[in-house]
Design a protein around this ligand. Structure first.
Ligand SMILES: *Cc1c(COP(=O)(O)O)cnc(C)c1O
Length: 509
């Protein structure tokens, strides 16, 4: 096969006048532009590639072969939980009965979908140990912003709105401070100890200084180093005493599922990334879903819509029962008690919810208890087997992910970046690198609970092999990747001077 031909840009395959479609002779194109005002219409035809159908099909099929997904191979990206996404979830989300719904159709005509929505709200509340969930937010960061808005609404309702500070550990995911800033709150960093956990003494000092200004503290537990915070109960108690609320970043709940619950640790508000914890393919920008849950007493601050189970009395023309246990949509419009209204598009990303619900049901309440222990076992197995070659800054038990600080042997000059690039040559996606920021050469691996021992062993062998190569042939590693369609790219140039259109790239020549 001539890979080079189809590896070209689609513009380079273009032949003037060639078409992959035909329209009826009498096709009237005026009606398609008639409603556009003159000022918005093109003055000249768009410069689009002109190709025959088969060329287009081959071009995109070949492009897809250059991609790497969870279904291609092991994808140990830490903090992002790239796990198995069963195809049955896609089939369920694509069912006409769900995909064909209109968000504004009357509740009586979509009781089945509302039941799924309601059941997911309830399942998440049970798994999290909280009172109620909204499924409205469309991503993790969107959930964080929503949760902080809930917290602000709570303080305002108590005439305590001067609380504008949010305490965030320095190990937190970057979206935490970003969400706080977008919410108009001020970020105060809490230091970590050498073992990666929250410095409780520093927190105490901050609370002494500014306790009455603190709206909330945001925490991830296990934190982004994969370490369970041993003083979490003391921390939640301290912040509560100062009048602040505790926010839990539950983007990745793998380590906890079946073991313990944020609500039981004293957290008041949290989000869950359905697109990480409960499958659903992600990366590349979504769609995602970041439901937000609250403890008892905060329900009225959650955004709408929320689906409720009540005795409904629908007026149905046929003679079946008109009163039964059914589902209504609470939009909360004009309701003083529901200050946030809605934060997303109608119900949020329902397709992602269907996949998450299918995943939860397919595991069932018994098997879901295995998720945390298996995710933890897999990460610790990797940790113990790689620590001879890769520097382990934090030695204790980790949870679902493990962070190394590059290779043990720094004399070779081979960096974490080089190791990550070399992994691509062996058919593995790179782990998360240079995050968390606590170490210079962070290499963060999350195997997830889905991977077999054989898969993990093969990965470990390759990691050892790369460590060996770093000693015997460091140039090979430093110039990797060698087997991918594109070799080592200049990350800085790509970020500083992105060339995003073909015509632009020609002008630059
Ligand atoms: C992924 C992630 C987020 C953000 O989620 P998005 O859906 O990407 O907005 C927040 N916190 C942690 C710990 C994460 O891993």
């Amino acid at each position: 096969m001539n890979r080079t031909l189809y590896g070209n840009l689609i513009f380079e395959l273009s032949k003037k006048g060639r078409k992959g479609y035909s329209l009826p002779q009498d096709y009237d194109r005026t009606h398609t532009t008639a409603e556009l005002p003159e000022t918005l219409r093109r003055k000249e035809a768009a410069r689009l590639p002109e190709c025959d159908e088969l060329t287009v099909v081959r071009h995109y099929t070949n492009l897809s072969h250059n991609n790497f997904g969870v279904n291609d191979g092991f994808y140990p990206l830490g903090s992002c939980t790239m796990k198995y996404n069963p195809v049955i979830n896609e089939e369920i989300a694509g069912m006409k009965a769900f995909a064909g719904l209109h968000p504004l159709q009357p509740a009586v005509t979509c009781q089945g979908a509302l039941e799924v929505y309601y059941n997911l709200q309830e399942s998440l509340a049970e798994l999290a140990g909280l009172s109620e969930f909204t499924l409205n937010p469309c991503a993790g960061a969107h959930g964080e912003l929503t949760g902080l808005m809930v917290i602000r609404a709570y303080h305002e309702s108590r005439k305590d709105a001067a609380r504008t500070k949010v305490l965030i550990p320095d190990s937190a995911h970057g979206t935490n401070p970003a969400s706080a800033a977008v919410c108009g709150l001020e970020v105060v960093e809490v230091k970590s100890l050498a073992d990666g956990t929250v410095d409780v003494e520093h927190l105490r000092q901050l609370l002494d200084e500014m306790g009455s200004d603190v709206a909330a503290m945001m925490m991830t537990n296990p934190n982004t180093l994969g370490i369970f915070e041993p003083h979490v109960l003391e921390i939640t108690e301290m912040v509560h005493k100062a009048g602040g609320l505790m926010y839990y970043d539950g983007a990745n709940l793998n380590a906890l599922l079946g073991e313990c619950r944020p609500g039981d640790m004293g957290f008041d508000v949290m989000h869950i990334n359905l697109h990480k914890t409960f499958s659903t393919p992600h990366g590349g920008g979504g769609p995602g879903s970041g439901p937000v849950g609250v403890r008892k007493g905060l329900e009225q601050f959650l955004p709408t819509p929320r689906v409720k189970k009540v005795i409904v009395n629908y007026d149905i023309p046929e003679d079946g029962p008109t009163e039964w246990e059914g589902f209504i949509i609470d939009w909360g419009q004009g309701d003083q008690e529901k200050p946030l209204g809605s934060v997303g598009n109608f119900f949020g990303n329902f397709g992602v919810m269907l996949k998450a619900y299918a995943y939860i049901l397919s595991l069932g309440s018994e098997n879901i208890k295995q998720v945390g222990p298996l995710a933890t076992l897999n990460a610790n197995y990797i940790k113990e087997r790689l620590r001879d070659d890769y520097l382990l800054p934090i030695k204790g038990l980790c949870k679902h992910e493990v962070v190394f600080d590059g290779l043990v042997d720094k004399s070779t000059g081979v960096t974490t970046m080089d190791v990550a690039k070399r992994l691509l040559d062996y058919g593995y996606h790179a782990p998360t690198i240079y995050f968390p920021l606590l170490f210079h050469e962070s290499l963060m691996i999350e195997p997830t609970e889905n991977e077999s021992k054989e898969t993990i062993d093969a990965f470990i062998d390759v990691m050892h092999k790369i460590a060996e190569e770093a000693k015997t042939d460091p140039e090979l590693v430093k110039t990797a990747p060698h087997n991918t369609p594109i070799g080592r790219v200049d990350d800085v140039l790509a970020a500083k001077q992105p060339v995003l259109t073909y015509w632009k790239s020609l002008e630059n020549e």
